[in-house]
Design a protein around this ligand. Structure first.
Ligand code: DAK
Length: 192
């Protein structure tokens, strides 16, 4: 597997997929999502593997859809080209996918984490749907999944003014299942 935007490794029965576009805060472009879906399918097909941990860097799980890629699209391009159409495949995997989030999980990055079965967060994690600051609305579940996780009031406060939520705030309504110290603990807990 020669991936350019993710790292793929296995530890026993656990596959670890690390989003790996450090210069772009792991922004989610089409190539990255394609590789992610490919790797998840490999996990699904391998009877020796039981689950996937999806993680990013200490600075960012993912800072959202790639704004530079998005900026080239008008409405017709996005609609006809089914922009982000493949993202949902992350949510359709049969084997569990655990998000281990440190740093920023914003926009599509927050939505990607919410597509996973549950989220473990480092105490450095920051969740948000700041799309409004770019003049768009969340388009990959940020208005639906987020509402189910945190309730209408908190979701509206995140989506309307684009307010970020830190890990402790996110744990209260159940957006994340556990908050752990940043130093490598989430990956250990997720893969353990
Ligand atoms: N896309 C592309 N590049 C990004 C990026 C992003 N989302 N986020 C950060 N980067 C890049 C920066 O441009 C910078 O690159 P260089 O300038 O060095 O080339 C590099 O990452 C480092 O970023 P900063 O210098 O800004 O780092 P800081 O630590 O100062 O700030 C930050 C970190 C995460 C707070 C900041 O970078 C930031 O605010 N980033 C943007 C976050 C954001 O707005 N995310 C939402 C993206 S929009 C839809 C479907 C999907 C979507 C919408 C609609 N439909 C189907 C309708 C999804 C939309 C989104 O996710």
């Amino acid at each position: 597997m020669a991936y350019e935007n993710i790292l793929y490794e296995t530890r026993g029965k656990v596959a670890i997929i690390t989003l790996n576009r450090p210069k772009a805060m792991n922004a989610l472009n089409g190539a990255l999502i394609g590789e992610l879906v490919d790797a998840l399918r490999i996990v699904e097909a391998d009877p020796k593997l039981g689950c996937t941990v999806l993680t990013g860097s200490e600075r960012a799980f993912a800072a959202g859809a790639d704004i530079k890629e998005m900026a080239t699209l008008d409405f017709v391009d996005a609609y006809v080209g089914d922009f982000i159409g493949s993202w949902d495949q992350v949510a359709t995997m049969h084997k569990p996918v655990i998000a281990a989030v440190a740093g920023y999980a914003l926009g599509g990055g927050c939505e990607l984490a919410m597509m996973c079965d549950f989220i473990l967060a480092a105490d450095t994690a920051k969740f948000g749907q700041p799309e409004i600051t770019l003049g768009v609305m969340p388009g990959a579940g940020g208005t639906q999944r987020l509402t189910r996780f945190v309730g209408t009031s908190k979701a509206t406060e995140m989506v309307r003014p684009g307010r970020l939520m830190d890990a402790a705030d996110a744990a209260l309504p159940g957006l994340v299942s556990r908050v752990l110290p940043a130093d490598g603990h989430i990956l250990q807990a997720a893969a353990g």
